[in-house]
Design a protein around this ligand. Structure first.
Ligand code: 5AD
Ligand code: SF4
Length: 492
C-alpha cells in the first residue's frame, strides 16, 4: 500500500506530454493525472464537482475491489455520493448465483431514465458477472447506454478506462480472460478507519463443480508476503486495529511463491505487526486446512476465534460430485480436531441445498453434520445452476418444491442450534471492537467480539475503533446486549 503523499509525489513526476508508460503502476499514475484534467474540465463546464457511487454486490473480495475503485475516483477528483445522486455509477457485480445477475439487470434498467435526463451521467459495470461472455453480449445488445464494462482482472485500470471513455465518447469494453498480474501501490479508499480487508491471494484453482468463481476470477496467485506485511504495517500506522486476510482459499496461500510460504507462516508474520490487534481471514477450504494452522490459531493472541469452514454438503456422495475432495467423516474429524485445540472457537459455514442428485438421504447427512458440528451460524443457499460449470449439465436437477422444503428444514435446524451456541457466553466479559453508533438507537454502540458476534451496549461515537471489555448481559439469539465494564478505554 502506498501512502497518499508518496503517491502524489509519483503522480507529480509524470509528464503528460510524453507517451503513457508501459510499466504498472506507473502507467496508471499517468492516467490518473490525465483523468484529473478531464474531470477538471467537466467540473468547470458544469460549475460543480462531478460525483460517483460504487455499488457493491458481492463478497468481501468484491468489497475490497470496490474500495480500490473508490480510491481511484477520489484521486481523479470525483466526490463520493449516493447512487441516486451520482454522475458516475459503477456496479461491481457478483455472479455466484443466478439471482445476483437478475438484480444487476433490474438496477441497470432503473438508471436508464436518469441517464437520458443527465448527459454527464456515466454507468460502469465491472466484477465477476462481466467475465461471462454471454453477459457482455446481452449488455452490448440491450443496454447500449452503459459507458464502461470491465472485469475482475483489470480493476486497477479504472483511471485508464475512464480516460478512454472521455476520449472516445463511446462504450468502452475491456475484459481479460485471465491474468498473472498483481498491480500494487494504487490508491485505496477504506470504508472503515479501524478495520480493513487485505488481499493475500487472487483466483481459485479448486473448480468445485457448482461454482463459477474459478472461471471469473482466474487461476490462483498469491501476493508476495513482503507486499502484504508492508500494507498491514501502513494500515496499522493509519489506525487500523483489525485486518481481514482475503482469498478464495487462504489455506493454499503461498504454494506458487518462490520460496514457498504457508498460510500459517504468513499469519505468524502478520501477528508481529504492532498495532494490529485482531486478524481474521476468509475463506478456508477444509481440504487444505493444516495442523500447523490450527496450532498457530490456538496459540495466537491476535487471530480471532472464528473459522469459516464451508461444508457445502454433508453427503460424501454429493461432496464427491461437487469435487470438494473430502468426505463427511473427514470433515467431522477436522471440525472435532479444531474444537478440541481451540475450545472457544466459533465455527461458521456455507451449505448448498438441492445440488443435482441430492436425495433425502444425502440431505439427512447434511442435517447430521449440522447437528454434530453445531455451527455458530451458517449461510444456506439454494443450489443455483451456473452455465459453464460441470454441475449445470448433471442429470437429476432437483425440483424447486423439494429444494424449498429441504431448505426450510435446514434453516430451522441451523437457527435453533445457532441460538443455543450463541448464548453460551452470556454473563461473560469479553473484548468488543466498537464499529458504529447503533443504527436504531443512538444511545447504543455496536461492536464485534473476537468470534464475530455483534454486541450492542450504551456508549457514544468516541468509542468507535476502540476495543473495550463488555459484560454480555443478555443473549438475544444472534447477538448480545451488554454493558461496558470499566470506563477506561483499552488503548491499542
Ligand atoms: N449455487 C448455490 N450456492 C453457491 N455457492 C457457490 N456457487 C453456488 C451455486 N452455484 C455458495 C457456496 C460458496 C458461497 C460463497 O456461495 O456455498 O461457499
Ligand atoms: Fe468456488 Fe470452490 Fe473455489 Fe470456493 S473453493 S471459490 S466454492 S471453486
Amino acid at each position: 500500500m502506498i501512502e497518499n503523499n508518496k503517491l502524489e509525489e509519483m503522480i507529480e513526476t509524470i509528464d503528460l506530454e510524453g507517451v503513457a508508460p508501459t510499466k504498472e503502476p506507473l502507467r496508471q499514475y499517468y492516467f490518473i493525472k490525465k483523468a484529473r484534467e478531464y474531470v477538471k474540465e467537466a467540473n468547470n463546464k458544469l460549475g460543480r464537482t462531478l460525483t460517483y457511487c460504487v455499488v457493491n454486490f458481492g463478497c468481501q473480495m468484491n468489497a475490497r475491489d470496490s474500495e480500490k475503485l473508490c480510491g481511484v475516483f477520489d484521486s481523479i477528483g470525483y466526490l463520493e455520493t449516493t447512487e441516486d445522486q451520482a454522475d458516475f455509477v459503477i456496479f461491481n457485480t457478483c455472479t455466484v448465483r443466478e439471482n445476483a445477475n437478475d438484480k444487476v439487470y433490474g438496477r441497470l434498467g432503473r438508471l436508464k431514465p436518469r441517464k437520458q435526463k443527465n448527459p454527464h451521467m456515466m454507468i460502469g459495470l465491472c466484477g465477476c458477472m462481466m467475465q461471462e461472455g454471454l453477459v457482455v453480449e446481452k449488455l452490448k445488445n440491450s443496454y447500449a447506454y452503459v459507458d464502461l464494462i470491465f472485469g475482475t482482472h483489470n480493476v486497477f485500470k479504472l483511471a485508464e478506462l475512464i480516460c478512454a471513455r472521455f476520449e472516445s465518447g463511446d462504450m468502452v469494453i475491456d475484459i481479460w480472460e485471465d491474468t498473472n498480474k498483481i498491480v500494487e501501490d494504487l490508491p485505496v479508499e477504506r470504508k472503515y478507519p479501524f478495520k480493513s480487508g487485505v488481499n493475500i491471494m487472487f483466483g481459485c484453482n479448486n473448480f468445485c463443480s457448482y461454482c463459477i468463481v474459478p472461471y471469473v476470477r482466474g487461476r490462483e496467485r498469491s501476493r508476495e508476503p513482503i507486499a502484504i506485511i508492508n500494507e498491514i504495517e501502513k494500515l496499522a500506522k493509519d489506525g487500523v486495529k483489525e485486518v481481514m486476510l482475503l482469498g478464495q482459499n487462504v489455506n493454499s496461500y503461498g504454494k506458487s511463491l518462490e520460496p514457498k510460504m504457508t498460510f500459517a507462516e504468513l499469519l505468524e508474520e502478520v501477528e508481529k505487526v504492532e498495532g494490529i490487534e485482531r486478524i481474521r481471514f476468509m475463506t478456508s477450504h477444509p481440504k487444505d486446512l493444516s495442523d500447523e494452522l490450527i496450532d498457530v490459531m490456538a496459540q495466537s493472541k491476535k487471530v480471532c476465534k472464528h473459522l469459516h469452514l464451508p461444508l457445502q454438503s454433508g453427503s460424501t456422495k454429493i461432496l464427491k460430485q461437487m469435487n470438494r475432495k473430502y468426505t463427511k467423516k473427514e470433515y467431522l474429524t477436522l471440525a472435532a480436531k479444531i474444537k478440541t485445540a481451540i475450545p472457544d472457537i466459533s465455527l461458521t459455514t456455507d451449505i448448498i441445498v438441492g445440488f443435482p442428485g441430492e436425495t433425502e438421504e444425502d440431505f439427512e447427512d447434511t442435517l447430521e453434520v449440522v447437528r454434530k458440528v453445531r455451527y455458530d451460524s451458517a449461510f444456506t443457499f439454494i443450489y443455483s445452476k451456473r452455465t459453464g460449470t460441470p454441475a449445470a449439465v448433471m442429470e437429476n436437477q432437483i425440483s424447486d418444491e423439494v429444494v424449498k422444503e429441504r431448505f426450510n428444514r435446514l434453516l430451522k435446524e441451523v437457527q435453533t442450534i445457532s441460538a443455543q451456541v450463541t448464548c453460551v457466553h452470556e454473563g461473560n466479559t469479553m473484548d468488543v471492537l466498537v464499529e458504529e453508533v447503533n443504527t436504531q438507537d443512538d444511545s447504543l454502540v455496536t461492536g464485534r467480539l473476537s468470534n464475530n458476534l455483534l454486541v450492542h451496549f450504551k456508549g457514544n461515537a468516541d468509542l468507535i475503533g476502540t476495543i473495550v471489555p463488555v459484560k454480555l448481559t443478555k443473549c438475544m439469539g444472534f447477538y448480545y446486549l451488554g454493558e461496558q465494564v470499566n470506563s477506561e478505554m483499552k488503548e491499542a
